[in-house]
Design a protein around this ligand. Structure first.
Ligand SMILES: NC(=O)c1ccc[n+]([C@@H]2O[C@H](COP(=O)([O-])OP(=O)(O)OC[C@H]3O[C@@H](n4cnc5c(N)ncnc54)[C@H](O)[C@@H]3O)[C@@H](O)[C@H]2O)c1
Ligand SMILES: O=CCC[C@H](NC(=O)CCC(=O)O)C(=O)O
Length: 487
């Protein structure tokens, strides 16, 4: 297992924070796996001062030099990949097989970001001495969520550094160990001091970072609730760039298919991968209210009931692990009880396992006859809604203020095209899970799922701003002077 220290990295020095102590708990065992002190306002201020001082040198470096540092970081990740995967798995609770895919995505992000920078934010020249270049914003903060503690902050940090920004990184307070291990990889790769700094902490640290006057931009992945707070906080500050990657209440429409089990597979991957803790997870399954729909739900229930649930290192490996904490498991069970109180019928109950308080089984509720709140329930709880027609399915799918991912399962292409035209989401899939988006494409949502700054391949766009220049090595008189001008 990778060793971590519980320290901050400020101006190239690992040291204690001045704030209160907090722990990271392995959700499977309940053991503390990391303990450290949060960064307080003074720590945050010191990090901003150091980042500002480091910025000119870092942004002046040749682009190729920054690319080389990114590749050195990728090599370090490659060398440490097994240990890093084990740490991710243990801290989040996801199975080792899945944590390995997270590390692979982190490594893959390097070449994708280099390609994206060239295609979306590189330099171009046009006739007449017109040149387009891009410049970094300056000092930016990255706040990460707990469900992908490596891959998602990495998806902001890599393109931000490549563009020449200095970054202050605050991992989720639930996954500080992975945040530390990731920053240690950058340091081992030779990144100069203060170009990337680590500020551990809870909400107060995030608030101090977001409110600092030296901040030029904030790249945030997390809940829509926190995203809305930050959006309000940044109102009237058009000089600061804010990229929000938020949650969803994602619909998945099911229509007749020949291969029932292939369709069930896609639903399970959509709703229960990572114990339902992916922003792209399907939350609402919209099925026909007929014999096919009933057969579909019966088979789904049978398959879901037998999903293997276990700890990250169990053998054989489980499909899914615990949720992030016992507190979150309790909240999910309360949510289930609340929905039942509103009239939802239990198809398969979510319940706690004796294995530990953070282990819950996946639940299925039939919510056809009740008014459900338009909320993201971030866990393995799928609501089923029966509808009479495709038109009704589309109406129900769009009945949300969110717009992250959406899916359509069905053999009829014309029906899918009809849905695609009416859908309101940044990711719309056909006969594929709603999860597992490609890093080679933009990734982001509309509505309450973001602020129109898609990440993944388009992260390059919010990491640099365009500068258009008309250039000439020497002043030159034009062939024709303006009327009334004599030279
Ligand atoms: N769209 C995406 O790309 C994407 C990806 C992963 C997760 N998510 C979403 O993230 C959520 C799960 O992650 P989470 O629970 O860690 O999110 P969260 O919003 O609780 O926390 C995210 C980060 O914000 C910080 N924070 C919380 N309140 C703050 C405040 N008032 N000011 C400044 N910082 C504050 C936290 O400390 C943490 O670092 C889900 O809603 C999920 O859908 C979205
Ligand atoms: O939890 C939210 C992210 C889910 C994940 N999305 C990506 O990995 C986007 C691609 C990228 O950022 O490179 C998914 O779709 O499962």
């Amino acid at each position: 297992m990778m060793q971590t220290t519980g320290l901050l990295l400020v101006n190239g020095r690992w040291r204690d924070g001045g704030g209160s102590t907090f722990d990271s708990i392995d959700p499977a065992s309940g053991d503390s796996l990391w303990q450290g002190k949060a960064a307080n306002r003074e720590d945050v201020h010191e990090a901003f001062t150091a980042a500002r001082a480091a910025f000119d040198d870092w942004s002046d470096r040749a682009h190729g030099e920054r690319e080389a540092l990114l590749r050195a970081y990728a090599r370090t990740l490659e060398q440490r990949k097994e240990a890093l995967a084990a740490l991710i798995a243990r801290e989040v609770g996801k199975p080792l097989w899945e944590a390995r895919t997270e590390v692979a995505a982190m490594i893959g992000k390097i070449e994708l970001s280099i390609r994206a920078y060239g295609l979306r934010t590189g330099s171009t020249e046009a006739a007449g001495g017109h040149v387009l270049r891009h410049k970094p914003h300056g000092v930016v903060a990255v706040f990460g969520p707990y469900n992908f503690p490596g891959h998602l902050p990495n998806g902001h940090i890599v393109p931000a550094l490549l563009a020449g920004n200095c970054v202050l990184f605050k991992p989720s307070e639930q996954t500080p160990a992975v945040g530390e291990a990731m920053v240690a990889c950058w340091q081992a790769a030779g990144l100069p001091a203060a170009v990337l700094q680590l500020l551990q902490g809870e909400r107060a640290t995030g608030e101090a970072l977001a409110a600092h006057q030296e901040l030029d931009g904030l790249f945030f992945t997390g809940s829509s609730r926190t995203g809305a707070i930050l959006h309000r906080q940044f109102a009237g500050m058009s000089e600061k760039i804010l990229a929000l990657e938020l949650g969803g209440n994602n619909p998945l429409i099911v229509r007749p298919v020949e291969n029932l089990d292939a369709a069930i597979h896609d639903v399970v991957q959509s709703a229960f991968l990572t114990s339902g803790q992916r922003c792209t997870c399907a939350r609402r399954l919209i099925v026909p209210d007929d014999a096919f729909g009933r057969r579909f739900v019966a088979r789904l229930s049978e398959v879901v009931e037998h999903l293997r649930i276990g700890a990250w290192n169990d053998e054989p490996q489980p499909f899914m692990g615990p949720v992030i904490s016992a507190a979150v498991a309790r909240q999910l069970l309360d949510t289930q009880a609340g929905l039942i109180g509103l009239g939802a019928k239990v198809v398969l109950p979510m319940r706690t396992l004796e294995r530990g308080a953070a282990f819950v089984t996946p639940g299925l509720l039939d919510a056809s006859d009740c008014e459900m709140p338009d909320e993201e329930h971030f866990g393995p709880l799928l609501k089923i809604i029966r509808v009479a027609s495709l038109a009704d399915a589309i109406t129900v799918a769009n009945r949300t203020r969110y717009g992250l991912s959406a899916g359509f399962i069905g053999d009829d292409e014309a029906e899918y095209r009809q849905y695609w035209r009416r859908s309101r989401a940044g990711i719309v899939n056909w006969n594929r899970p709603t999860t597992g988006a490609s890093g080679a494409f933009p990734f982001g949502g509309i509505g309450a799922s973001g602020n129109h700054r898609a990440s993944a391949f388009y992260a390059a766009d919010y990491c640099a701003y365009p500068v258009a220049s008309g250039e000439s090595a020497h002043p030159q008189l034009p062939e024709k002077l303006a009327p009334g001008l004599n030279l």
